[in-house]
Design a protein around this ligand. Structure first.
Ligand SMILES: C[S@@+](CC[C@H](N)C(=O)[O-])C[C@H]1O[C@@H](n2cnc3c(N)ncnc32)[C@H](O)[C@@H]1O
Length: 194
């Protein structure tokens, strides 16, 4: 767990992942029933792009920085709207200094009935996540090995929802863990999206 997500927050891969995640969540909200999001490798939740760590790599310039400055065709604009509306709401002064990680993005899209389980193993990022969602009854933050959550946390009481598995792939065996974990999770919660 050497490579903290602050170094990559808002990069092109985050943009793609978060734009897709926002569409999945808003699609699930087409029905009135509550949804559950389980984020097994949640990160710190909210990132300061002006921080020394983010500036060191500067990856966000070619990701969210570039996207916010782009003139998009109308249809792309419409597809990106759920994602970009959250990013823009966090940055009311037009520039970009605060970038939402997956749990914060999802939480900002929630209706009152929706629930989030956010899991993060790194002590510092786990603490940041806990303090970000302190007092939020719709969110449960756990400091745990996220792979375990693919067993113990499923199925949730909500019938519909999504499991985001976003490990750093730093450890040998993470691809095998992903395959095994998804098979186990799907066996426990077949109406979930992965
Ligand atoms: C790619 S980042 C997650 C980014 C986040 N999902 C987002 O989109 O904003 C991967 C995270 O997994 C955490 N991590 C690494 N191994 C873990 C494990 N076994 N269980 C839970 N979290 C872990 C890292 O500390 C890091 O914060």
């Amino acid at each position: 767990m050497d490579d903290r997500h602050i170094h990559h927050a808002g990069n092109f891969a985050d943009v793609l992942k978060h734009a897709a995640l926002a569409r999945v969540v808003t699609h699930l909200q087409n029905k009135e029933n509550a949804i559950r999001v389980v984020d097994t490798h949640a990160g710190a939740g909210l990132y300061d792009l002006t921080s020394e760590e983010a500036q060191k790599t500067g990856e966000w310039h070619a990701g969210i920085g570039r996207l916010l400055n782009a003139r998009l065709p109308e249809e792309a604009d419409r597809l990106l709207e759920p994602y970009l509306s959250v990013v823009r709401a966090l940055n009311p002064d037009n520039g970009i200094s605060r970038y939402p990680g997956s749990p914060k993005l999802v939480r900002e899209l929630f209706r009152e009935q929706d629930r989030l389980s956010a899991i993060e193993l790194h002590p510092q990022d786990g603490e940041a996540l806990r303090s970000l969602f302190d007092g939020d009854y719709q969110t449960r933050v756990t400091t745990l090995d996220g792979w375990l959550a693919l067993g113990a946390h499923l199925p949730p009481k909500e019938r519909r929802g999504v499991v985001l598995v976003d490990p750093p792939f730093e450890l040998e065996g993470d691809y095998d863990r992903l395959v095994d974990g998804l098979a186990r999770a799907y066996g426990r919660w077949q109406s979930g999206l992965y």
